[in-house]
Design a protein around this ligand. Sequence first.
Ligand code: ADP
Ligand code: MG
Length: 276
Amino acid sequence: GEGLPRPEQTRIIVVANQKGGVGKTTTTVNLAASLALHGSRVLVVDLDPQGNASTALGIDHHADVPSIYDVLVESKPLSEVVQPVPDVEGLFCAPATIDLAGAEIELVSMVARESRLERAIQAYEQPLDYILIDCPPSLGLLTLNALVAGQEVLIPIQCEYYALEGLGQLLRNVDLVRGHLNRALHVSTILLTMYDGRTRLASQVAEEVRTHFGDEVLRTSIPRSVRISEAPSYGQTVLTYDPGSSGALSYLEAAREIALRGVGVSYDATHAPIGA
Ligand code: ADP
Ligand code: MG
């Protein structure tokens, strides 16, 4: 794929929003595939017991597969659960199985319960440009592990009523983690998802989000697209399922924007696909 500057150090991006259905998983897998197609080495960590990111990447995650549960609860090295994603060079996935639903409770009594993912990532020796962590729709111990392990938080926001409701709680958690557990953590990126520019509501919400968050909001937004929602049932990202679709182009563009920001290069939207 088209080359983009690669970060000097691994960027660890936590995709979080405690609301369900806002596009966390869709964004995680499609951004990860886009970054890999741009030439980076990328690991997706599936931290949602539903395992939707694993499914969307075509990664086996039935109950017996070594998974992120074993890493968090059994201290298995991350390298023993990571699988290459078929069809996308440079893309890898640490899958989630249904076991992970119990981890939220099992972790409570464990030593250093909030930093188990961080330790596992620190011990992982394969070179990576990006790690994207797909969080469950809650602010429990799994999401806390992600916030302690990461440097950046990416918040997908769906352009609909109440889009900003509940975000205060996530932002307060980010502040708490930064204050006590992880000085590097910050909200680096807001991505507008399922954007329908034809509706006034969507453009009003987008306006509100841009006023509230300013420069953190990517200039690229992700359109509502049937192709994006179909791809997971084929175990594919939209980048391989329909590479020319508006959804694929917008995720490629969002990835370009994120990569350029990471090396301090200002983003030029001149070549962005129309509507992105
Ligand atoms: P979350 O992980 O935040 O719960 P998902 O990524 O699973 O959200 O998305 C919720 C639903 O919306 C899924 O069915 C997904 O296929 C669909 N979806 C996400 N983004 C888009 C989009 N841009 N266009 C159409 N459907 C989308
Ligand atoms: Mg999800």
